[in-house]
Design a protein around this ligand. Structure first.
Ligand code: NAI
Length: 462
């Protein structure tokens, strides 16, 4: 019998498995596809690899701004871009495999099914392939799937390969001439950015009045304006009502029915926790429900415990904060709990990054969230151009840094940024927020000069 069985080898599962095995727990990890999960195989890593190729192309196209010319003109070899993406994914998946082996995790590359849990001993029985397994503890890390809402014609369009989710679009053999993106959230905007850079005509249809839903309003609007200038056609506050072949039919706020046609349609309207297909129902766990009373994830507490004592869950299966780094931390907390250590999950400083060009990054509360919670705040903000390094590296670049602090004691509650490389800077903000630093304490920290990160300190001192 294993001390811990984990279902799902994504950033929740494999991080937890390594930690548990290193701490001495006999650990078995089931993964039906590839180690690394969505993040490594069809999410974070492949998209960032594509986006980096697009960024290099952007630099080459606009090299003249920096006094650099490309005599033959810059071009993109789409097949080579895809090949490099596959190489990067393969290398990193191999890295996780080695990590599991070195930690002493037994990896089973099969779909696991939960057969049951003994009511007295709590022992969990599982099946994978022909073999059966027993475990004293179970950690559920089955992740999520792209949401496919009941829009008339969508299922047929997906079956015909015209509409695609994030999984299929990554393997598209040719660059589409025209792409319609349904949903201007994180996935939608990252793919809009990639395809816009490499010359595809991109249209974004978004139901809300803004792109990037929960991100800072002002920053989302600035990013949208920059992409509109680059040629992306945005239709906000527009609800998709049907898909007719290669055409997206949507309704404008005025009630007018409009159409957008593309060679391909990307469906990026959110993800749903994977709660079926592996015998979860046999456990009878409590679910987290949406306002309509439908299950959106497995209900967990701050120690990642489910409603059964020896069953834990981490990552997208909780239906909450669906991010790779959230999953990894939740996995660590679950293992610490199993080991009897005192650990709890905090969502106060989870960084969110959108890898468009320029990047968007945020952590902690936005002004809108603070207002909703009735917290009085002071907003410090400064254009990125106040950073010398930003000016040196971003010709005619526009960006913004915003720090949200509590009015009563100056504590840093949130930081939101637009401008490269804010994905790398936001971590300082996470430390400040999670360690409950005040703006004065953060401003007293010495930042390296010249770096774009100094913008944080400048914003507080301005
Ligand atoms: P999302 O929740 O970020 O955005 C979905 C968007 O679709 C929303 O703005 C919503 O208003 C819109 N929408 C929903 N139904 C619609 C309809 N019928 N017509 C038009 N618009 C509609 O979800 P997304 O982009 O699919 O991403 C899924 C998850 O993956 C998110 O939780 C995200 O955080 C995560 N992710 C994170 C990344 C990162 O950290 N860089 C990258 C990619 C995904």
């Amino acid at each position: 019998m294993y001390q811990l069985a984990i279902i799902g080898g994504g950033p929740g599962g494999y991080v937890a498995a390594a930690k548990a095995a290193k701490a001495g727990l006999s650990t078995i990890l089931f993964e039906k596809r590839e180690l690394g999960g969505v993040c490594l195989n069809e999410g974070c890593i492949p998209t960032k690899t594509l986006l980096y190729s697009a960024k290099v192309f952007d630099y080459a196209k606009h090299g003249d701004k920096y006094g650099v010319s490309v005599p033959e003109g810059a071009g993109v070899d789409y097949a080579a871009v895809l090949k490099r993406k596959e190489k990067v994914v393969k290398k990193l998946v191999g890295g996780v495999r080695v990590q599991m082996r070195d930690a002493g995790v037994e990896v089973v590359k099969e779909c696991a099914t939960i057969l049951g849990r003994d009511a007295e001993t709590g022992i969990i029985r599982l099946q994978a392939g022909e073999a059966e397994y027993e475990a004293a503890n179970l950690l559920l890390c089955t992740g999520s799937e792209a949401a496919v809402p009941p829009i008339p014609g969508l299922r047929e369009s997906l079956d015909a390969g015209i509409s695609l989710t994030n999984r299929e679009i990554l393997a598209l053999p040719e660059r589409p001439e025209r792409l319609v993106v349904i949903g201007g959230g994180v996935i939608g905007m990252e793919f809009a950015s990639f395809f816009n850079s490499i010359g595809t005509e991109v249209t974004v249809v978004e139901m809300l009045p803004k792109i990037l839903g929960p991100m800072d309003d002002e920053i989302s609007a600035m990013l949208q304006a920059q992409y509109a200038k680059k040629g992306v056609d945005f239709h906000l506050s527009c609800k998709v009502t049907a898909i007719e072949g290669d055409t997206v039919v949507y309704e404008t706020p005025e009630g007018e029915s409009c159409r957008a046609t593309g060679d391909r349609i990307l469906v990026s309207i959110g993800r749903r926790a994977t709660l079926s297909g592996f015998g979860l129902e046999t456990l009878g766990l409590e679910y987290a429900l949406n306002p309509a009373g439908r299950p959106v994830g497995v209900k967990v507490d701050a120690k990642m415990r489910t409603s059964l004592p020896n069953v834990y869950a981490a990552g997208d299966i909780t239906g909450f904060s669906m991010l790779a780094h959230t999953a990894s931390r939740e996995g660590e907390v679950a293992v610490d709990t199993i080991l009897g250590r005192d650990a709890a999950m905090s969502y106060d400083a989870i960084p969110g990054v959108v890898y468009t060009n320029p990047e968007v990054a945020g952590a902690g509360l936005t002004e809108a969230e603070a207002a909703k919670k009735g917290i009085e705040v002071t907003v410090h903000k400064l254009p990125m151009a106040f950073s010398g390094r930003f000016v040196a590296e971003n010709e005619r670049g526009e960006g913004l840094c915003k720090v949200i602090a509590a009015k009563k004691d100056g504590r840093v509650l949130g930081v939101h940024m637009l401008g490269n490389p804010c994905s790398e800077i936001i971590q300082s903000a996470c430390i400040a927020i999670s360690r409950r630093m005040t703006v004065t304490e953060l401003a007293e920290v010495v930042f390296p000069h010249p770096t774009v990160s100094e913008i944080l300190k400048e914003t507080l001192q301005h």
